[in-house]
Design a binder for this molecule. Structure first.
Ligand SMILES: [Zn+2]
Length: 112
């Protein structure tokens, strides 16, 4: 039941800012993502949500398709650790995608 409710809260339109995290939280989140971004790594589809005292964020992480599952997972662990530090007690969801695949960029909107 708890898991179901966590996913349900993300079913909102991307431009719906009514329940997003406060701007200072999002500034700290963006600073983490900027720190990890490079010529071969980028992020998109960042969504945040405040539900009572709980904070949630979801972001797509685009990395080289040549990375192994081990490399991708290790990278996500670092990003997620720093995102949780930026917004303590936040629940973080990441979605790994190959940066070379055009399909990776076709999923920014939830409605597709
Ligand atoms: Zn994506």
């Amino acid at each position: 039941m708890l898991i179901a409710s966590q996913f349900i809260i993300f079913i909102t339109r991307p431009n719906d800012r009514r329940h997003a995290l406060p701007a200072d939280d999002e500034t700290r989140i963006q600073a983490v993502l900027d720190r990890y971004a490079s010529d071969c790594v980028t992020f998109h589809a960042l969504r945040t949500r405040q539900a009572g005292r709980r904070s949630f964020m979801s972001v797509h992480v685009l990395v080289p398709g040549s990375w192994s599952v081990h490399e991708g997972h290790a990278f996500l662990e670092l990003v997620e650790r720093d995102l949780r530090s930026a917004v303590p007690s936040a629940t973080v969801f990441t979605h790994l995608e190959p940066i070379e695949d055009a399909a990776s960029f076709a999923d920014v909107a939830l409605e597709r």
